[in-house]
Design a protein. Structure first.
Length: 165
């Protein structure tokens, strides 16, 4: 497992404290979507959060962004086929802003209501994100493998008094 910077762990834990989404989920998505922080889809966008756009025709026409965003090539699964397409991904001022928005999205977004009903179980939550957060039919299984293999569940608890993440 590549090392996770303390500020990333702290941001995921702060998001969990505010929004109730397990830090292990946020960190697994961060790891998967950004290659352990090496690649972002928009400025400080570690989780592939798409921007609001107009005139888009998915997956062929990316449209025009209605908020600060970066146009990137990505891979999506459409009708069982993997396609390469361009999408606009939202820009964030900092990693902390990204984790804040990510937590809020999962905690309040209508598409994630079924996943939220499965909390506090991070594994069931991960499974429920499949086909909703991402088009990859193996998305939940991949998140669970990352959480298990990297012991990300440990970050669902607040750090011990006086200890850093």
């Amino acid at each position: 497992m590549p090392a996770i910077a303390p500020e990333i762990i702290a941001a995921a834990r702060a998001s969990q404290a505010k929004w109730g989404i397990p830090a292990s989920i946020s960190l697994a998505q961060w790891a998967l979507e950004s290659g352990w922080g090496k690649s972002v889809s928009g400025k400080n966008n570690y989780g592939g959060i798409t921007a609001k756009v107009k005139d888009a025709v998915f997956p062929h026409v990316p449209g025009t962004p209605l908020e600060p965003a970066t146009l990137c090539w990505t891979r999506e699964v459409v009708n069982g086929q993997t396609v390469r397409c361009q999408r606009w991904f939202k820009d964030y001022a900092s990693p902390e802003d990204y984790f804040e928005a990510h937590g809020k999205l999962l905690a309040t977004g209508k598409p994630y209501a079924k996943a939220r009903a499965l909390l506090p179980d991070p594994n069931a939550f991960a499974d429920a994100l499949t086909g909703v957060y991402a088009t990859d039919p193996k998305y939940g299984a991949t998140l669970k493998a990352i959480m298990r293999g990297s012991n990300l569940y440990q970050y669902n608890q607040p750090p011990a008094e006086g200890k850093h993440p």
